[in-house]
Design a protein around this ligand. Structure first.
Ligand code: ADP
Ligand code: MG
Length: 302
């Protein structure tokens, strides 16, 4: 079903690029007191770039890039695209072909890379994924992961044929307007909460950059996609009225569960369909605009 999209406050809503699913949404904007913000693609640009390549001892950097890049090339995740693009730029020739590719939502990717006459079962993702296959990180890779996370960067581990082989560091920039948007949301009486599948160190570094004090109530990290909806439910059970802003497939259930779901117009169709409001320009300041304008529109209607 395609719900009729109304422009909030007509002319002004159109100007601001805010689409609303129905008039009942307006009422909800009055009572929301908490706003859950997805990190990747919402608070940050989601445009990651490959910054660093750290091979384990004895591993060839070019091979590390070829194998990790090949598997990630089959995924649309922002981390995957950064790695595939960065690897392609750094290696001689093209990325080798992949068979039996699997996307492990919120965890990583796996696939068999046909590298010349060799074939390797390759994993790229959270260290936990490698640990599940008994590929523990050697100390030099552990410290590379920690160093990256301390700087607010995302590091993923790469392993193949039963061994951890390297770490790849990607970084995603905070959108220049996110800090201002969060200030505006606070001014509307909303308490911001950062929600992400990424690790706590990265999440805290991003939170600090946008003016959210890190703490267990304000930064909720390492949440698997299927568990994001439980975070919303938990807040609701604690008596909060929850708005959520998200962009990804992994945000859809949580957006649907929240009292007021706001989707980034630059995000996935699934997120947009699950939401009450769409922020066409994909900019967090529009969330504050939408809530302010909806409340005001209601004021003039009543
Ligand atoms: P977010 O909630 O911030 O949008 P995700 O839930 O999509 O992030 O991913 C959580 C974590 O899982 C990432 O930070 C990364 O460590 C790992 N991950 C997910 N997909 C991939 C991938 N394609 N390649 C490498 N790592 C991945
Ligand atoms: Mg996201």
């Amino acid at each position: 079903a395609t719900p009729t999209a109304l422009m909030v406050g007509t002319g002004r809503g159109a100007q601001l690029g805010i689409l609303i699913k129905g008039p009942e949404v307006l009422e909800t904007t009055r009572r929301v007191d908490t706003i859950v913000l997805d990190k990747t693609g919402t608070v940050t640009t989601g445009q990651m770039t490959l910054l660093d390549v750290i091979p384990a001892e004895g591993v060839d950097t070019e091979e590390l890039l070829r194998l990790a890049g090949a598997v990630e090339d089959a995924s649309e995740h922002p981390i995957a695209q950064a790695i595939a693009k960065g690897a392609t730029a750094r290696i001689d020739g093209a990325l080798p072909p992949v068979e039996d590719f699997q996307n492990l939502e919120g965890v990583g990717v796996q696939g068999v890379v046909l590298d010349g006459t060799d074939s390797h079962a390759v994993l790229v993702g959270r260290p936990r994924l490698l640990a599940d296959w008994s590929q523990a990180l050697p100390p030099e890779l552990e410290s590379a992961m920690t160093a990256a996370a301390d700087q607010g960067q995302t590091a993923v581990a790469v392993g193949w044929d039963g061994r951890a082989r390297g770490v790849l560091v990607v970084a995603d920039a905070v959108k220049p307007t996110s800090a201002q948007a969060i200030k505006q949301l606070r001014a509307l009486g909303l308490t911001p909460v950062l929600l992400t599948g990424d690790n706590a160190t990265v999440a805290n570094a991003v939170a600090t950059q946008v003016g959210i004090d890190p703490g267990p109530e304000t930064v909720i990290a390492e949440v698997l996609p299927a568990d994001k909806v439980d975070v919303i439910k938990r807040l609701q059970e604690a008596g909060r009225s929850v708005a959520m802003v998200g962009d990804g497939v992994n945000d859809a259930a949580a957006l649907a569960q929240s009292d007021l779901g706001l989707a980034m117009g630059t995000g996935t169709d699934v997120a947009i369909e699950a939401s009450d409001l769409t922020l066409v320009r994909g900019e967090l300041r529009a969330a504050a605009d939408a809530i302010r304008l909806s409340r005001r529109t209601l004021g003039t209607i009543k």
